[in-house]
Each structure stands twice: as C-alpha cells, then as structure tokens.
Design a binder for this molecule. Sequence first.
Ligand SMILES: [Zn+2]
Length: 248
Amino acid sequence: MSLSDHALLRYDRQIALKDFDIDKQQQLAAAKVIIVGMGGLGCVVATYLASSGIGQLTLVDPDTVSLSNLPRQILFTETDCGKAKVEVAKQQLALRNPDCQVIISQQAFGKSSEWLARCAEHNMVIDCTDQLSSRQQINHLCFTTSTPLVSGAAIRMEGCVISFTWQKDEPCYECLSHFFGEPVGSCVENGVMAPLTGIIGSLQAMEAIRHLTQYGSETKGRYLLYDAMNFSFTPLKVKRNPDCRLCA
Ligand SMILES: [Zn+2]
C-alpha cells in the first residue's frame, strides 16, 4: 500500500525512526486489528493505533457508557452516558484520523465460527477485556487461527502485558494459568487507578505496532508486570506448559 503525501507528512516522526521508514508505515496502513473490549485499555489502544496509522480497526464491545467509566475510558464524555461504547468510539476515532477504517460490533466476542473466521481475516487481536473467561476464549480463537494476540490486564494498582505470536515452543495464555491464582474478581469489586489503564493500554499499542512491523526484538514468552504502588516493572519469562489444556 503506497502512502499519500498527506500520510507521509502525518507520520513523518515515525517514518524518521531508524529502520522503521516508509516500509513499516505502509505495513501499518495495510494492517487489520481487532480490539476486544472498549474499556480503559481498549480506549487507549484504539486511540494510539488509529493515530499511528493502522489501516483498519474492528472494535468489539456489547456495553454502553456509564459515569463510572469516564475516569479511564478517555474516548467518552458525560454526554455519551447510555450510548453504545463502540458507536461513540468510532465517531471519536474518525475525528482523530479519518484514514483509519473503523468497523464496530456490539456482539460479545465468543467461540463461534463467525468469530473464528473474523480472527483469521485479521492480522492481530488485542485483548482489552476484564474477565478471565473472555481472555480464555480469545486465546482459544487466536491459537486456533494462529492470529497474533497482545493481551493486557489492569486492576487495582497492578498490570501486565504479554504477546503471543504462536511460534514453536511459545506459551499460550492458558500456559500462564499458574500465575492467576484464585480469581480476583473485576475492577468493580477491586477498584483501579485511572492512569494504570493508560500505561498498560499504551504498552499494548506499542507491542501491537512492533509485532505488526517486526520492529525491535522478539518477545517470545516475555511477560511484563507493572506494580504502580512501588514504581516498578518486572519482566518474567514464561515457558510453554507441557500439560496445557489448550496448546499441549
Ligand atoms: Zn498453552
């Protein structure tokens, strides 16, 4: 996909990056990405991916905007309360970058043949959901279709990011299950500090761009934990679980 003069000007600071150049900006323009969940993570991921030149975003979320969403969900305002999140997000992203094609779905993402086909048509899925069951379903669909997956989570004052590109010996999300412990519930019961979703969502957007363009080093099995309470990032290495109920 060749870039217009307008696009060359718009993305000039990215194109100026060493080894990124016009080639990788063109790869972003050709990329199709699904974002599941338009909460605190999804709003940030969608904003950065649209603004940095991704060609097509598919936004998936069945919910409507509520007042308690507003501290984290930066695409929405008080006048949007009661409206479908994906509708408002589409309008806001069009204002920020009309060159990004935005497709929306108010269906819940699930293990259906329709979603399996849609995963296979996209270059990447970004998991911005807040339920373990949703994460497991997304992992299952991406594993089945070998669609790269960037997964992020944020709760209380803690967050994490990991990517799955389905290479040999790479773990899947289920392989990490020993990290989960007892289910901790959602942000509704546990709370979450607003900028945390901005930090984790930004890391997810950065990883998405890196994987879509093969820019920078590989991150096979690297799991990054962020502890906001103690101002620390901890990188962990996750191995494939030989007894994993999905990928073993
Ligand atoms: Zn696995």
